[in-house]
Design a protein around this ligand. Structure first.
Ligand code: COI
Length: 362
């Protein structure tokens, strides 16, 4: 299988004007504005990847029997392009997204997309839509690569044909209240993932299955749901679509271990490395809701936060469950959380030296 392809370039005939784009980007929110172009690449069993195109952003026509619409063979990624202070553009650890995309593909019995092709698709799209990369503080161009099965066939089996698509969206904060702490609901009625399931894959089904629990959290007056393990409903796994961190004694960072049912976040991994460099101890282990409640009550737990590409680092203030409610410290953004957040954002936005080799300049 060839790992690179020549892209056919079909530019938008009616791209937004500078004024239209500026108006849209003045207050981008999250995931509601899209750039002028998208990338599509087709796959067929026996033929491999073919027909790579940059084309105008727009609707995709699908046969009603398209298998992804029935059996959910769909995976995706999320990564961001940042405008650096010198005006240049940088991606943050895109190889990690390319690798995770292929791990998700393997779990969903979908074909592997060569990492070079994943990266090339990003380069092609950003080259044509670079004016859409915002420069205001805390903004970026969010990239959403995804792949789904396209066979018009109702038999249940791994499909023989797929479409890879890359779209891009200028974004600000994921949570409307920005860095203000979120409140969470400890879900015991629902689980996100079980051993042997698809928890560590970034697939649409995981998110679809989460929505009823998110609605329950909202009905309880909480911003987000926190998932517990599927067996004992005791150990903390994730928050919504994000990984979680806890700070004990102001110096020790604890995050749930990757056990197959958690998403191995790129931001999670980056924080783990940055924390060590900032002189914090790190512990990757199981952490229970009892430990959360007890350490919050005796003052050992000084901070908690969620992290992900979209949400960056977002503090968790109030925790509610069937046993009642408690607060982490004073419920506000903590010092260590904000220090880590600053270090991560400085790196991503090119404000500090990239000593890790994490930035790919475009
Ligand atoms: C991301 O953080 O990029 C995600 O894919 C999570 C999603 C909830 C937006």
């Amino acid at each position: 299988m060839s790992s690179t392809l020549d892209f056919e370039i079909v530019p938008a005939t009616n791209p937004r004007t500078d004024d239209e784009r500026a108006a849209l980007m003045a207050d981008p929110g999250f995931g509601r504005i899209f750039t002028d172009h998208m990338v599509t690449i087709k796959y067929a069993d026996g033929k491999g990847w073919y027909d790579a195109q940059l084309q105008p952003y727009g609707p995709i026509s699908l046969d009603p029997a398209t298998s992804a619409l029935h059996y959910g063979q769909e995976i995706f990624e999320g990564l961001k392009v940042y405008r650096h202070p010198d005006g240049e553009l940088g991606l943050f650890r895109p190889e990690e997204n390319a690798r995770r995309f292929n791990r998700s593909a393997a779990r969903l019995a979908m074909p592997q997309l060569p990492e070079e092709l994943f990266l090339e698709s990003i380069k092609v799209l950003v080259e044509h839509d670079q004016k859409w990369v915002p420069s205001a503080p805390e903004t970026s161009l969010y990239l959403r690569p995804f792949m789904f099965s396209t066979d018009p066939y109702l038999g249940v089996r791994p499909a023989l044909e797929y479409l890879y698509v890359l779209i891009a969206s200028p974004v600000g904060a994921y949570f409307p209240r920005g860095v203000q702490p979120v409140s969470v609901w400890l879900s015991t009625d629902y689980t996100r993932a079980a051993p042997g399931g698809t928890g560590e894959a970034k697939c649409a089904g995981n998110y679809a299955a989460s929505l009823v629990a998110q609605a329950q959290a909202a009905a309880q007056g909480c911003d987000q749901v926190v998932w517990l393990d599927a067996i004992e409903h005791k150990y903390i796994e994730e928050m919504g679509g994000m990984n979680l961190y806890f700070i004990l004694d102001g110096t020790t960072l604890v995050t749930p271990e990757l056990n197959g049912s958690l998403l191995p976040g790129v931001t999670r991994d980056s924080i783990l490395q940055l924390a060590g460099e900032l002189g914090l101890n790190t512990e990757v282990r199981r952490i229970s809701t009892d430990e959360w409640r007890e350490t919050a009550a005796n003052g050992r737990m000084s901070e908690a936060f969620a992290c992900g590409t979209a949400a960056v680092i977002t503090p968790v203030g109030t925790v509610k469950g069937t046993d009642g409610e408690f607060q982490v410290a004073d419920g506000g953004p903590g010092e260590v959380t904000m220090k880590l957040r600053g270090a991560l954002l400085d790196l991503q936005h090119g404000r500090t030296e990239d000593t890790h080799g994490w930035i790919t300049r475009l």
